[in-house]
Design a binder for this molecule. Structure first.
Ligand code: ZN
Ligand code: ZN
Length: 267
């Protein structure tokens, strides 16, 4: 029974903007879970793939948030998690469409966790080892399928127990209409939130340095100013969070507790 629950736990899917978790068969290999390479990796690589019509935003960020390539925002936040290590972690995040992988139209309106894992199996190029953590993130022109039904409010998912993530572009696009940078930063902060879950935040594989898990809401942080806060899940709240970033120019969106968890974790 214990084993059964563990397997179920590993298969839990973290949803950004979702209200429930979903399960699927997890397809794990020895280096598929970050705890197996978390303290030994010297390279972390994010692979990004996209369907036609679901291209990630590229180009540069507004000056207030640094004016750098948009995806450097993700890279800088990941780098903050590993700050202070005696052996530095080099981080590779593609910043142009040319550095990302165009995959064929999957001709689907909804994608279950299994369907997402199948796409990763087909198109992923790298794999994780003790020295390298490899994460595969696919941008889909469709919606998350949860328990057989379309969920049109899920922005992104991290399939737990794996290093596979998916982003649902129509939901990201639904946040446009205000400032041009808002949907771009909804996309980027969602990527940062889901990569946080994939790595093991909050209390999702990475041990907490201090207690800050919002246990009522799963593997989330109790600080509403942190990207790992559960309400930075609904499109409306995430827009508020993103607007704050774009106003203050604060570019590291994990809070001190989440940063300390990652910096102090040595499995
Ligand atoms: Zn979450
Ligand atoms: Zn936090």
């Amino acid at each position: 029974m214990k084993h059964f629950f563990n397997v179920k736990f590993l298969a839990t899917t973290f949803l950004l903007c979702g209200l429930a978790c979903s399960s699927s068969d997890s397809k794990t290999s020895s280096f598929d879970t970050p705890t197996t390479f978390f303290s030994t990796m010297t390279q972390m690589t994010i692979e990004i793939a996209y369907e036609p019509g679901a291209e990630p935003y590229t180009g540069n960020a507004p000056a207030i948030v640094g004016g750098k390539p948009l995806w450097d925002f993700v890279k800088d936040n990941l780098a903050a998690l590993f700050e202070g290590r005696s052996t530095a972690v080099a981080i590779t995040v593609p910043t142009t469409l040319e550095e990302m992988q165009a995959i064929p139209d999957q001709s689907k309106e909804t994608f279950s966790s299994d369907a997402i894992l199948a796409i990763a199996t087909t198109y992923r190029k790298g794999k994780s080892s003790a020295a390298e953590g490899n994460f595969f993130m696919v941008f889909l022109d469709g919606y998350y399928e949860e328990n057989g039904a379309k969920n049109d409010s899920v922005i992104g998912v991290s399939i737990s127990g794996t290093t596979v993530l998916a982003m649902f572009k129509p939901v990201i696009l639904s946040t446009s209409g205000g400032a041009a940078a808002v949907p771009k930063f909804v996309e980027l902060t969602t990527a940062i939130h889901e990569l946080g879950h994939a790595l093991g935040l909050v209390n999702n594989g990475i041990t907490m340095a201090a207690s800050h898990q919002d246990t009522d809401h799963g593997k989330h942080c109790n600080n509403d100013q942190c990207v790992m806060y559960y309400l930075n899940e609904g499109a409306a709240d995430l827009k508020t969070f993103v607007t704050q970033i774009l106003t203050t120019g604060n570019t590291i969106v994990y809070d001190t507790n989440c940063l300390n968890d990652a910096r102090g974790f040595k499995p």
